[in-house]
Design a protein around this ligand. Structure first.
Ligand code: GLU
Ligand code: MG
Length: 452
């Protein structure tokens, strides 16, 4: 099956590809606050109008496209460079779009929010490179929540038979990603049965964010073809590992692409440059507020635990700290250095907003020349409380409410998102928390109904 798709560069390239491939439908896609794709379908004869911003949307009909019902509509301005042909339906091309309002970029558009930060990085001569590790579950779509390879393994991680049993949908997914030019370099059965990870090449942060929102949609389309569904819920089962979306980050020299985070002579032995440490310090400083964005749901905080209902560790972070190649830190410098990994991010995040927050925090660290201190090399899950205190290490937020408090208290949040989006975020997410708190769960009934 040849599904390869050239990445288009400019409007003229797009026109050629659409004509050559006889593409019939175009998607002027953008995201709501959750990072879920929204679109209108445009017959390809209307390409020029679409690229000029003909597709209008009532923001008030969506979550976190903050508009009043009587406001003018926002217009999607598709980015020609983002065009791709749907691997499962070659009659249709998808575009990531910026939202505009009244002839200028809409302040609260997720893609515009990230672009403001990548522009700030560019002013300093940097390009922000991002790789996102996609962890997710693929389960039977029969209401059972069962997995394709239902074997009772105590330690399914990296299990060879499980990955082979799943190659039907998984092979199609990987082939589709490679057909899009994303360069998958590895994929596996993750820590829990039904959970998988697909790793693919990093890109500039905007491209990676476009890819991640598309990936979630594509995983569901491909899974459904196989009678399955893909879940990006951060912690679908209390007794299985959660799904992270670790951000692997570095800054490159805008002029020549050189990785500015790499330093083989790093005296701390992690292969990270001074610039990389400064960026890390900025990220660690703002981690609680960043959490509210990269771990954005009630359920996200059931992932950010040391053990919970599991028999082993979760590999998810619980402290605002950084370390060497050590998965118990929220920020890790993977072996070989040259990049840092934010482990608190989960699969439900809006990647544009998450990347914008973390980049702004990192740039602050660089501007202020911050020093994150020595990297933590121990198992942080087991470090005694007095030692954590001595190192000034804070706990990450333990609930969505704690994260929102941190988000609200940190001036960085508003500076990054702008007032419109910061207010919309807080209002929606505070409601989400209150709705959760109002719910009486099975756990409570089992524990208290007959207790007294
Ligand atoms: N699934 C783990 C998480 O929730 C991460 C496992 C890993 O290090 O790949 O972040
Ligand atoms: Mg993983």
């Amino acid at each position: 099956m040849n599904i390869s798709v050239p990445v288009a560069g400019a409007a003229d390239d797009v026109k050629t590809v659409i004509a050559d491939r006889q593409i019939r439908y175009l998607m002027a896609s953008y995201v709501d606050m959750h990072g879920v794709c929204k679109t209108k379908m445009v017959p390809s004869g209307h390409l020029d109008q679409m690229l000029a911003g003909s597709e209008m949307f009532t923001g008030a009909a969506l979550d976190g496209v903050p508009q009043q019902v009587n406001d003018d509509e926002v217009a999607a301005h598709p980015d020609p460079a983002s065009m791709l042909v749907l691997p499962w339906d070659p009659s249709t091309a998808w575009f990531a779009s910026d939202l505009w309002l009244s002839g200028k970029p809409f302040e609260a558009c997720s893609r515009n929010i990230l672009k403001r930060q990548t522009a700030a990085a560019a002013d300093l001569g940097f390009r922000f490179n991002l790789g996102m590790e996609a962890e997710f579950y693929v389960l039977k779509n029969d209401g059972s929540g069962g997995q394709v390879s239902p074997r009772p393994l105590a330690k399914p991680c990296y299990d060879a038979s499980s990955v082979l049993d799943n190659m039907g949908w998984l092979g199609e997914m990987v082939e589709a990603m490679n057909g899009l030019g994303w360069d998958v370099y590895s994929f596996d059965q993750e820590d829990a049965l039904g959970q998988f990870e697909i790793d693919f090449a990093y890109a500039d942060a905007l491209t990676m964010s476009d890819r991640f929102v598309f990936l979630r949609m594509m995983a569901n389309h491909i899974a459904r073809k196989h009678g399955l569904f893909a879940s990006f819920m951060p912690k679908p089962y209390a007794n299985r590992t959660g799904s992270g979306a670790h951000f692997n980050m570095s800054l490159a020299d805008l002029a020549n692409g050189r990785n500015l985070f790499a330093d083989k002579a790093d005296p701390k032995g992690c292969g990270l440059s001074t610039l990389g440490y400064q960026f890390t310090a900025g990220v660690v400083r703002h981690l609680p507020a960043i959490c509210a964005v990269v771990a954005p749901t009630v359920n996200s905080y059931k992932r950010l635990v040391k053990r919970g209902s599991m028999s082993g560790f979760t590999w998810a972070p619980i402290f605002a700290c950084y370390g060497n190649n050590n998965r118990t830190n929220a920020v890790r410098i993977p072996l070989g250095g040259g990049r840092i990994e934010l482990r608190s991010a989960d699969a439900a995040c809006n990647p544009y907003l998450g990347a914008a927050m973390v980049l702004a925090a990192g740039l602050e660290g660089i501007r202020e020349g911050l020093d994150p201190g020595a990297p933590n090399r121990e198992n942080m899950y087991e470090l005694p409380a007095d030692e954590l205190k001595a190192r000034g290490i804070r706990q990450l937020p333990r609930t969505l409410e704690e994260a929102l408090d941190a988000f609200e208290a940190d001036p960085l949040s508003r500076a990054v998102m702008g007032d419109l989006m910061a207010d919309a975020w807080l209002s929606y997410k505070r409601d989400e928390w209150l709705s959760y708190m109002a719910h009486v769960s099975d756990w409570e009934s089992e524990r208290y109904l007959h207790f007294f």
